[in-house]
Write a protein that binds this ligand. Structure first.
Ligand code: G3P
Ligand code: CA
Length: 257
């Protein structure tokens, strides 16, 4: 019975495809999101940046060079200029022509129901009103959205502008040189939870620390976990969600008897 309930709780852990199914498809493209949905991911994470013409582009870096081979600063470019680039070939020739999606194009890939997008806001607070306007059309599907951000002001502003969408504060070892009181960090933002870097892997977070967050009624997610043993260990520690480049590996790790 104990084994059965443990495996039931492990399979309840939300598997989040980091930048889509980014180990197989070009990160932050509709191809990567579709593959993740098809392959059973519960959620996709994406990165968003404000363009020069006040649109929202989905890519990780401030410069498009790494994923398109063309140096182009997002903040100095229009969405149309960015969308003319090839964001697929760098990963594999079969993805040639895959473009940098807009926020709307990315969201449109998500099936109706319970799957979610974790929207990482990479721009500063100036993007919040734009994001709030675009997401206002998604009110009926608010449960399928979650905003994540490292920036305290961005997280706070998002929670104020979009109270019907969950917000998780992002936390990383780079940002916090030593362990901090995570419950305070979340409360400080008035966030619904925390998305932390490889929580449990480097700082050796204990079950008690996870419990403290959960007991406070907050959610705990971790990123980016790419080894089956780590997926299993973090799930057993009690995290709510695991962000990974390989959602199939994560699913198999959680379902392995
Ligand atoms: O899920 C959080 C994670 O995506 C933050 O790091 O660099 O991949 O955006 P990064
Ligand atoms: Ca991200």
């Amino acid at each position: 019975l104990v084994v059965l309930s443990l495996s039931a709780s492990l399979s309840a852990v939300e598997i989040v495809a980091h930048r889509g199914f980014s180990s197989r498809a070009p990160e932050n493209t509709v191809a990567a999101f579709k593959l993740a949905w098809e392959q059973g991911a519960d959620a996709c994470e994406l990165d968003l940046l404000l363009t020069k013409d006040g649109e929202i582009a989905v890519l990780h870096d401030e410069d498009a060079k790494r994923t398109t081979k063309v140096p182009m600063l997002v903040a100095n470019s229009s969405l149309a200029e960015l969308q003319a680039l090839d964001a697929g070939s760098w990963k594999k020739a079969i993805f040639k022509g895959e473009k940098i999606p807009s926020l709307e194009e990315s969201l449109a890939s998500m099936p109706l129901g319970t799957k979610r997008f974790l929207l990482e806001v990479k721009s500063g607070p100036e993007v919040v009103p734009v994001l709030a306007k675009k997401l206002s059309k998604w009110r009926l599907r608010g449960h399928q959205l979650c905003i994540i951000a490292f920036n305290r002001t961005v997280a706070q502003e998002c929670k104020k502008a979009l109270p019907w969408i969950k917000v998780y504060r992002l936390s990383s070892e780079k940002e916090n040189k030593k362990p901090v009181d995570l419950t305070k960090l979340i409360a400080d933002t008035k966030a619904d939870g925390l998305d932390g870097l490889d929580l449990g892997l480097k700082w050796k977070w204990s079950e008690a620390m996870v419990k403290q967050i959960k007991d406070a009624g907050l959610e705990l997610h971790v990123w980016t976990v790419n080894r089956p043993g780590d997926v299993k260990r973090l799930a057993e520690l009690g995290v709510d969600g695991i962000t990974t480049d390989d959602p199939v590996m994560a699913r198999n790790a959680l379902e392995k008897k």
